[in-house]
Design a protein around this ligand. Sequence first.
Ligand code: X2X
Length: 342
Amino acid sequence: MKRKNFIHLAVAAAALAFSIAAPAQTYKSEYKMSLVLGPAYPWGKGGEIWANLVRERTQGRINIKLYPGVSLIQGDQTREFSAIRQGVIDLAVGSTINWSPQVKELNLFSLPFLMPDYAAMDSLTQGEVGKEIFKIIDKAGVVPLAWGENGYREISNSKLAIKRPEDLKGLKIRVVGSPLFLDTFTALGANPTQMSWADAQPALATGAVDGQENPMAIYTAAKLHTMAQKHVTMWGYVADPLIFVANKDIWASWTEADRAIVKQAAVDAGKQQVAIARKGLAEADRPLLKEIAANGVTVTQLTAQERDAFVKATRPVYDKWKSQIGTSLVTAAEKSIAARKQ
Ligand code: X2X
């Protein structure tokens, strides 16, 4: 064989061998990330940080676009988990509340007064309970990657400063479409009504509902004081973590190296996102509350005794849901919280 032909043959053989060893990955030009809230909120900021880290670290091989307002599913936030599983959504940073209709164990974080403080929340998400929940999400058909945080959900309303469970009597309170919330607010004598976050804001603005519950970072960024929400009570009854996830087929379509990058980027973004979510609330003097009060809002802090009345009133709901969620998981959570470092 002539030398030139031999070289051609050798090059062709090498190319063939390479294509067998490393089949061309079919990457999409854009991956869709679902979020309830965009980058004006700590939640969306976390998604934005994640997308940017992934783009940088993969040199643009993985290009993620943000879809806030759960727009890929027309704002229907409690359908998000199914849509990720089905591939309508490629990636998401989602709240445990919105996914709890499909993954019952995620109701854990919505058990009233389970987590007294940030250390309690961290003991769950950063400990064995968090690992167990990731296994459950994986089994449910979605790839869990990292924890973030929406935050402690405080109650606001247009009528009065809530200090006792009796103050909630007859108040029409918007809640997310998750049954545990109906039970909690019914036990407190309120009149809970389920609607999406998109529908909640006009309902508050027009007075169709009297109140709502959400983290103070959302209250501030959404300017809920301009929607008649003049009274806030810091009761810290539940807190929702966020979870960074990917659709299974999308995950499988990436090289192992790229999967490692996407996961590490989620962990890094999650850490930054939690810090952003706690800003103004984790410091001893809670400066965010002063900003809110400066808008003419009454911010009510409960004494331990006052708070206890809410704990007692919701205890039957806790007990009922403890068995629905799974007694062993909830007991593990209680133990983890009791043993937390403060
Ligand atoms: O709907 C809400 O209240 C929100 C924005 O906090 C969630 O998506 C759980």
